[in-house]
Design a protein around this ligand. Structure first.
Ligand code: SF4
Length: 265
């Protein structure tokens, strides 16, 4: 492992790799994933526990797309090193875009902005996969994003305590900036229907307030059992959730985490 740079000089990254996007609008597309470390909330079903904290440690950089031939370097690392790692994969295979994911990628705002700016300058479309809570951050980074995949959190499923007003402000900001944006809502056996109604209504009102932007598609994502504490909703529940949502808003699809169904990273 190479010597650790000063944390002030770098960005905390868990891994950079090429994989198949398994969720929501870009499902099936090949992307370069940059998993940034650190998250500002704690969802009950989180399947990336190793990405929740920002601390010095190993970072995995894939060298050939899909080969999982990791080079291990020390995180935090210079933004330029991350850009080079993405570029190496990008040049080796046609990819759709790069995904800044996490953790919460907008949490390291200054460095994430540098990274998005550099990728944008190389004509790599950048998607942010975000929990939709950091409103000031999305405002700053939006000009360098091609897509926003935003979670809307339901307290009965996530237990993360995210306010709907904050999520509305985030969605308004992304749509107002003209970035193609969609919304992902994880649903589980304990989903409170009234919370789902409120979330769908929030999206519908936000969409109606942005007549110049295509209305965001809402993706209901059935919870994938990850640990003993998580179970999937029943098929009947999923049908019921979509039916309920469609009565409030027309653009509602159900897409599970397909990468997990096919054993992908
Ligand atoms: S927002 Fe994402 S990374 Fe953060 S705790 Fe929730 S599921 Fe995990």
């Amino acid at each position: 492992m190479s010597p650790a740079p000063s944390p002030a000089a770098g960005i905390y990254v868990c891994e950079v790799f090429s994989a198949i996007q398994g969720e929501a609008m870009l499902v099936g597309e090949r992307q370069v994933f940059v998993r940034l470390a650190g998250c500002n909330i704690r969802c009950a079903y989180c399947d990336q526990p190793e990405a929740l904290e920002r601390h010095p440690g190993p970072c995995l950089l894939e060298r050939r797309p899909g080969a999982r031939d990791w080079e291990v370097v020390a995180s935090p690392l210079p933004v330029g090193t991350v850009v080079d790692a993405v570029w190496t994969l990008w040049r080796a295979l046609p990819h759709h875009s790069a995904s800044l994911t996490g953790g919460e990628p907008l949490m390291q705002m200054g460095r994430a902005l540098e990274l998005a700016t550099a990728l944008h300058a190389r004509s790599i479309p950048v998607m942010a996969e975000t929990n939709g809570t950091l409103v000031g951050a999305i405002e700053r980074i939006a000009p360098f994003l091609s897509y926003v995949s935003m979670d809307v959190k339901l307290p009965s499923v996530d237990g993360a305590g995210v306010s709907m007003a904050t999520q509305r402000a985030f969605l308004d900001t992304a749509l107002g900036a003209g970035v193609p944006t969609w919304v992902k809502i994880v649903v589980g056996p304990a989903t409170d229907p009234s919370e789902l109604d409120a979330a769908i209504d929030m999206v519908a009102v936000a969409a109606s307030g942005q007549p110049g932007s295509p209305p965001p598609v809402v993706f209901l994502q059935p919870l994938t059992p990850f640990a003993a504490a998580t179970t999937a909703p029943s098929p009947e529940q999923v049908l019921g959730f979509q039916e309920r949502a469609l009565r409030h808003y027309r653009r509602v699809r159900v897409v599970p985490q397909t990468h997990k169904a096919i054993g992908q990273r």
